[in-house]
Each structure stands twice: as C-alpha cells, then as structure tokens.
Write a protein that binds this ligand. Structure first.
Ligand SMILES: Nc1ccn([C@@H]2O[C@H](COP(=O)(O)O)[C@@H](O)[C@H]2O)c(=O)n1
Ligand SMILES: C[C@@]1(CO)OP(=O)(O)OP(=O)(O)OC[C@H]1O
Length: 200
C-alpha cells in the first residue's frame, strides 16, 4: 500500500468558466490559472504522483510551457494515472476537501463525485468529496483543495508485482528482469496514455 497527499489553491476570477473536479459549474466566476484552474483535479494529480514518488504536477507540466495554457486538467490527471499504473499500483480510494466560501458544493457533490470517479476509472463509492468554508481565514476569493489517495499493488495471479507495459517490445525487455512478472494493466480501467500530439 502507498498513500499520497495533494494540495492546490486558485483565486476566483470573473469572466472565466468554473470547473471543479472536471465538472462545469454554473457560477459567475471561475478560477484563475495557467490551465483551466481546476483546483481539485490538480490536488488529486499531486496526490497520485506523490503516492508513487513521481514528482509533482509542475514537474510534468511547467506553468511556463505555453502548451498548457487553458488546458483541461484531465490531461494532468491522466499522466498521473499512467505513473501510478507504470509503478504497478491502482487506486483503492481517494478522499478530498474543498475549502471555498461559494458556491455550495454539497448540492453538486454527487455529480462531482461521479465525474471524478469517471476520470479516475474507479467507482463513485471510492471517491470522497467534502467542502468547508474558509471561516476566519479571510480567503473568500480563493478555492483550496486537499486530496489524499490510497494505492495498492497490482498483483498477478501468482502474487507478484505487476508492471504496466505499453507494447510487446517493452514486455519482452521487462520479462528479462528477474523477479518481476510483466502484466498488462490496460484492462484494469487505466486510461490511454496522453499524447502531446493531440494538443495544438
Ligand atoms: N463551499 C461549501 C462550504 C461548505 N459546504 C457545506 O456546509 C457545511 C458547513 O461548512 P462550514 O465550513 O461552515 O463548517 C460543510 O460541512 C458542507 O456540508 C458546502 O456545501 N460548500
Ligand atoms: C497546472 C499548471 C499547468 O501549467 O498550471 P496552473 O493551471 O496555474 O495550476 P497550478 O496548480 O498552479 O499547477 C501548475 C501547473 O502545472
């Protein structure tokens, strides 16, 4: 088992769409950022990367890189999921806390939970979405997200650690490594690899 923790914050800004947890929300302000500012997906991305000691969101997607200007944040999440699968792990469950004065999250938490679960390739039962107001923090213009994730090893039927493979050549090479059994984890709900050629 491994655990990961992620945190993010973005300021509210008029005139941009509000997207939290991959869910468009009807609200007069959105979140400022180099990307779409999805504070929750960024925190989950960092929790996943942290759980397998793979760096953080900025390591993979520097804010200085114009390719990520206005990018939908599920791109970042997919890369983190790839890192998790490649390390031989899968999600047990995630839990999150949003800290923001408005909008109220509880009325839309079911939809958000379903959307985050869909993006992660897990059941909504394995996704926690909670919200708090930033009482006494003087941060009403900001949205904050915290995320924790628990991972478990993907085991082969023989009980060995499974390593994700991209194609037959990788599989053949990894088969040469003593003590590690190659197992294609693509059937386990993992999303396809993100391809930067898809972005213009
Ligand atoms: N943006 C938010 C903030 C809070 N909630 C719900 O209200 C409850 C009370 O929040 P406090 O921060 O005042 O303790 C909280 O437990 C949530 O159920 C919300 O939906 N959206
Ligand atoms: C997501 C990235 C992508 O350029 O930019 P932002 O949208 O500003 O979001 P942040 O949470 O500051 O993370 C840094 C970047 O990786």
């Amino acid at each position: 088992m491994r655990i990961g923790y992620g945190f993010d914050s973005h300021a509210f800004k008029p005139g941009v769409p509000l997207i939290i947890g991959g869910l468009p929300i009807d609200y007069p302000e959105g979140l400022a950022g180099h990307s779409d500012g999805d504070v929750l997906l960024h925190a989950i991305t960092d929790a996943l990367l942290g759980a397998v000691s793979a760096g953080d969101i900025g390591t993979f997607f520097p804010p200085s890189d114009p390719r990520w200007k206005g990018a939908a944040s599920d791109i970042f999440l997919r890369t983190a999921l790839e890192e998790v699968a490649t390390a031989g792990y899968r999600i047990v469950n995630i839990d999150t806390v949003l800290v923001l004065a408005k909008p109220k999250i509880v009325p839309i938490a079911g939809d958000m939970r379903a959307r985050v679960a869909e993006l992660l390739g897990v059941s909504p039962r394995d996704v926690g979405i909670k919200a708090k107001t930033p009482e006494g923090l003087n941060q009403d213009g900001v949205a904050v997200a915290h995320a924790t994730v628990l991972l478990e090893e993907i085991k082969t039927p023989e009980g060995k650690l499974a390593i994700a493979v991209e194609d037959d050549v990788d599989a053949a090479v990894k088969n040469l490594v003593d003590g590690i059994e190659v197992h294609d984890t693509r059937a386990l709900g993992r999303k396809p690899a993100f391809d930067t050629d898809d972005l213009t």
